[in-house]
Design a protein around this ligand. Structure first.
Ligand code: NAD
Ligand code: GLY
Length: 384
């Protein structure tokens, strides 16, 4: 499928409170994304009336926030258990999901039980998938703790684990009951992870709203400095855009594909680097490559390609991992792309930018042009 997507430039105005609430409108599967500081999680989860909850987390996040959440749940009168796995993409496997499900079964979890994903995108994907398949699907709550998870992976119901053959090859659409993003948790997030999350923030401006992109440019200094006031609005803005896209196309039959802008090459770089590149870093490089490709085949103006490059550089994402992907030939990228599920019938489909805030998806591009653009890109064609 091919198509066009032009977002509305009006990212809905919010009342001046200390919290932002964005609704994902999906009929009976609608839910709120709550964004604030020091959110009271116990009461929020008690409101779901779970028989018992399983808090799934990774080793880093559990050490930082596991006890606090357990205490809040206990104080609210919610019975809970904890499942912790080693931090990192390597844990995003079927075997981790099996262990979570076994733990749930041993504790007698039933259809009224709830899984809580406390962590970044890895935890969210693994715990969300376990909730999707345990007892043919139980409810889950996303408590994202990385910037990437707050603006992207915790919202929209995509859950998945990796196979040796490639990323996210086994998964399900399973919407959470609520997403609670506590910005204060970002204070402990390492700089590199924070910066990688900013790549997804930039993505929303490019694919949906030129106004939002300008806002990010204007506030780049405060955003890079983790100013929580501006972050609250920026995260809400990203979630608003993602919620709008998901409400139109929950299961990626069409327009939702635009959320994968920069991911075709991004996923390939991630895999070809054996995950040395973080997801967000690889996506940043993928977005720049796709912007340059858009300039060649869609007439996207070079001035705007350079604005994207400049912003990513200002956030310190580019050229962080240059050495990794600059060493890759187009054939390396192409090989890694061949196991990516986003191509149809062996032909990769591209999301290309026509102008800032407006993209087209499902585009085919000649192999020769792809390879030439890669060579220009990796030789530093965007350093201007
Ligand atoms: P991650 O979950 O591995 O977290 C990054 C690192 O930060 C980990 O070491 C983690 O332990 C640590 N961490 C997390 N929160 C912390 C905090 N508050 N303080 C200190 N340390 C903290 O990585 P990620 O970037 O959040 O997510 C990447 C994953 O998300 C990938 O697997 C990607 O495929 C997936 N993803 C999914 C979707 C989706 O729609 N489901 C979208 C985008 C990405
Ligand atoms: N991160 C892409 C999506 O949720 O569709």
């Amino acid at each position: 499928m091919t198509g066009k997507a032009k977002g509305s430039d009006a990212v809905a105005a919010q009342p001046p409170t200390t919290q932002r609430v964005v609704k994902v409108e999906l009929g009976e599967r609608s839910y709120d994304i709550i964004i604030g500081q020091h959110l009271e999680m116990g009461g929020l989860i008690k409101g779901l009336r779970p028989s018992v909850v399983m808090v799934v987390s990774d080793s880093n996040v559990d050490a930082l926030y596991g006890d606090r959440l357990e205490f809040e749940l206990k104080t609210a009168g919610v019975a809970s258990a904890r499942f912790v796995f080693p931090a990192g993409e390597k844990s995003k496997t079927l075997s981790t999901v099996e262990r979570i499900c076994c733990e749930c079964a041993e504790r007698g979890f039933d259809r009224s039980s709830v899984v809580i994903a406390l962590g970044g995108g890895v935890v969210g994907d693994v715990a969300g998938f376990a909730a999707a398949v345990y007892a043919r699907g139980i409810r889950h709550v996303q408590i994202p703790t990385t910037l990437l998870a707050m603006v992207d992976s915790s919202v929209g119901g995509k859950t998945a684990v990796n196979l040796p053959q490639g990323k996210n090859l086994v998964g399900a659409f399973h919407q959470p009951s609520v997403v609670a993003a506590d910005i204060a948790m970002l204070r402990t997030l390492p700089d590199r992870e924070y910066m990688a999350g900013l790549a997804e923030v930039v993505k929303y401006g490019v694919i949906w709203s030129a106004d939002f992109f300008r806002e990010i440019e204007r506030e780049a200094g405060r955003i890079a400095g983790r100013d929580e006031e501006i972050l609250r609005d920026v995260i809400a803005g990203c979630c608003r855009i993602k919620a709008d896209v998901v409400a139109i196309d929950e299961k990626e039959g069409g327009v939702r594909a635009i959320l994968n802008y920069g991911h075709t090459v991004g996923h390939a770089i991630e895999a070809a680097s054996a995950y040395e590149c973080l997801h967000g870093e690889a996506v940043a490089a993928g977005m720049l490559y796709a912007a340059l490709l858009s300039e060649r085949v869609k007439g996207f103006v070079m001035q705007d390609v350079l604005r994207i490059a400049r912003l990513l550089r200002q956030f310190g994402i580019e050229p962080k991992n240059d050495a990794v992907w600059r060493g890759m030939a187009w054939s390396d990228i192409r090989r890694a792309m061949d196991v990516d599920k986003k191509k149809k019938g062996g032909i990769p489909r591209w999301i290309l930018v026509e102008r800032m805030g407006s993209v087209v998806f499902g585009c085919e591009v000649e192999e020769r042009v792809l390879a030439e653009t890669w060579d220009v890109f990796r030789r530093g064609g965007l350093d201007g």
